[in-house]
Design a protein around this ligand. Structure first.
Ligand code: SF4
Ligand code: SF4
Length: 318
């Protein structure tokens, strides 16, 4: 496993980052015990970097893994994020993470800004100010932004307070907003040259690129400026598979086949057509037609962001 330092932060992370979204209740619903065991196994196998979010509801899974590590629990680098806009909302999100993870210091705290553009730093000024204050107090180590937008990555380059950028990037350009895959490649490289730490999300395009998993992962891990790649994992086979890829070991065919997981998004009949899923979707992959939400499969990257905002619990990723 290769380890890289994230930009100017001094934070050293494994090239494989454990994405802790899909194991949570928004998607596959592993219990904290099951998820915690898998995260622990990943950490003992060389992964030192976990990525989560307030909205993923996976702090209990991570806490379980950390508690099992004893004195080594603080060596794990944790990145989390919140969609908070105001100072007070972000302050509450930081305190929630610290309490839920039983951590004095959160390593990286992002503005969770999937679909917003370059104006994110103006619109979320209060939340950003809070993160800067938290860093000054030593409660977080680095301030970041997670985004699907090329223009937000470009804007982040000129925001001195931003230490880490977590953009969507994959070999087909799935889900990238406000620019092309090539535009994002250039923005990532330039951000990195300006000292921002960069790690990539959705290398597998939400499962759409599993047909060439190694090619998709290699594309992102070899991009200039990318220090780590977050990949969601929900079982031991997937962990074993990704560890082999990131350790440059051959992947046995049976393991590769066992780990082809194709998710589907289902809108159940009791959808009330409120449109909240349409508003949150970073990819414009949802629309309301005749009073019911409809998913445009070709645009959907199965990120799962729509499921938790549905007041009717009508969206399922299976
Ligand atoms: S948020 Fe839920 S109820 Fe509202 S339109 Fe979407 S699926 Fe339907
Ligand atoms: S429809 Fe839902 S799962 Fe698909 S891209 Fe939009 S938010 Fe993500």
């Amino acid at each position: 496993m290769q380890y890289n330092v994230l930009g100017d932060t001094g934070i050293r992370v494994s090239q494989l980052c454990f994405g802790v979204l899909p194991m949570g209740p928004n998607q596959f619903g592993l219990s904290p015990e099951e998820g915690g065991e898998l995260i622990r196994e990943g950490i003992l196998s060389g992964i030192n970097f976990l990525d989560t979010a307030q909205s993923y509801r996976t702090y209990p899974h991570i806490r379980r893994a950390l508690d099992s590590l004893g004195a080594n629990r603080d060596e794990v680098v944790i990145a989390t994020k919140s969609a908070a806009s105001t100072y007070d909302e972000m302050k509450a999100a930081v305190e929630e993470a610290r309490a839920a993870l039983d951590r004095e210091v959160i390593d990286i705290f992002h503005l969770h800004a999937a679909r917003v553009d370059a104006n994110v730093f103006k619109h979320r000024e209060g939340a950003l100010e809070c993160l800067v204050d938290c860093k000054a107090r030593g409660v977080i180590r680095a301030v970041g932004v997670s985004t699907h937008s090329v223009s937000a990555v470009r804007a982040a380059m000129d925001v001195g307070e931003i230490d880490v950028v977590f953009p969507i990037i994959n070999k087909e350009g799935l889900g990238i907003l406000h620019g092309t895959k090539e535009d994002m490649e250039i923005a990532i490289q330039e951000a990195s040259l300006k000292g921002k730490g960069v790690y990539g999300m959705k290398a597998l395009g939400g499962g759409n690129l599993l047909g060439d998993r190694e090619g998709a992962i290699d594309y992102v891990r070899n991009l200039p400026g990318v220090s780590s790649v977050a990949i969601g994992m929900i079982n031991h086979d997937e962990l074993a598979m990704n560890l082999r890829v990131f350790n440059d070991l051959e992947v046995p065919e049976d393991l590769a086949e066992a780990t082809v997981r194709r998710k589907n998004l289902i809108v159940q009949v009791f959808c009330k057509g409120c449109g909240r899923c349409v508003e949150i979707c970073p990819n414009m992959a949802m629309e309301v037609v005749d009073g019911k939400a409809r998913n445009g499969a070709s645009k959907c990257i199965l990120c799962g962001y729509c499921a938790p905002v549905c007041p009717e619990f009508a969206i399922r990723l299976v």
